[in-house]
Write a protein that binds this ligand. Structure first.
Ligand SMILES: Nc1ncnc2c1ncn2[C@@H]1O[C@H](COP(=O)(O)OP(=O)(O)O)[C@@H](O)[C@H]1O
Ligand SMILES: [Mg+2]
Length: 233
């Protein structure tokens, strides 16, 4: 049997997304979701966490920007009641500056937290905030630490990042290399006077056969809905 069929898949909980990547994220993989503000990165991460919680899994949500209350509010705006899962979910708000100052300590604590909890899912939102504090030459360091933690613990992870100006890669362009998969969330404009539409594109997904076609999606009071098969314009 090939790797292809052996790896079990983790459902993202994002309506219409799993089928694009053949049934979900391969277990233990790291997937980067990048996009400019308002494209739904946090929402995507919340769907992923909530799906796990509903399946009886433990999960960790690490926030490098929004505080815990704001995350809970965003989730409840989409009808996700995180309170109901307070025993299986840990929301950790980390100050990026403190993380940078004690990187090794955070690394050890994070690994310990995942292992102790037996977490199956991890979200780090937004990792580019931390990347931005490092010089170009050192920027890979927090990412390689993070990759190490994820691979050691076997957790399936979503890392979110701001996009670069062209919306075609993560802000610093390194995350894609340490990730097993990358998904772009983009605003597309047909013309200046028309409302932009949102479209996502699977840039890479190791061991997975996937489409690269930009697929439109919408964000409603129920969260993200990917409109697979719909035409862009
Ligand atoms: N309860 C809601 N109902 C409908 N749309 C919402 C709701 N909450 C947020 N949105 C929309 O989703 C967008 C994306 O939110 P978010 O996931 O926070 O994006 P990002 O993390 O990429 O900045 C918001 O800018 C808003 O347009
Ligand atoms: Mg966000």
């Amino acid at each position: 049997m090939s790797d292809f069929t052996m790896v079990s898949r983790v459902s993202t909980g994002v309506e219409g997304f799993d089928s694009i990547i053949g049934g979900g994220i391969p277990e233990g993989h790291i997937v980067t979701i990048f996009g400019t503000y308002g494209t739904g990165k946090t929402t995507f991460g919340l769907h992923f966490i909530y799906e796990g919680l509903k399946n009886g899994e433990n999960a960790i949500y690490i926030s490098l920007d929004e505080d815990e209350e704001s995350i809970r509010d965003t989730a409840s705006g989409f009808g996700m009641d995180l309170e109901a899962f307070k025993d299986s979910l840990e929301i950790i708000r980390l100050d990026p500056v403190s993380v940078k100052e004690s990187l090794e300590k955070v690394r050890n604590e994070m690994l310990q937290a995942i292992l102790e909890m037996g977490a199956k899912r991890l979200v780090v939102d937004t990792i580019s905030v931390l990347e931005g504090l490092f010089d170009e030459k050192e920027r890979w360091l927090p990412l390689s630490y993070l990759r190490n933690i994820i691979k050691k613990s076997g957790v399936t992870a979503i890392l979110t990042s701001e996009a670069d100006k062209t919306q075609s890669s993560s802000k610093y362009g390194i995350l894609e290399y340490i990730s097993d998969g990358a998904v772009a969330l983009r605003f597309l404009r047909k013309s200046e006077i028309e409302e932009p539409i949102l479209a996502l594109e699977v840039i890479k997904m190791r061991r997975v056969k996937h489409s690269r076609k930009p697929t439109p999606y919408i964000i409603t009071e129920k969260g993200i809905k990917v409109l697979e098969g719909a035409e862009l314009f």
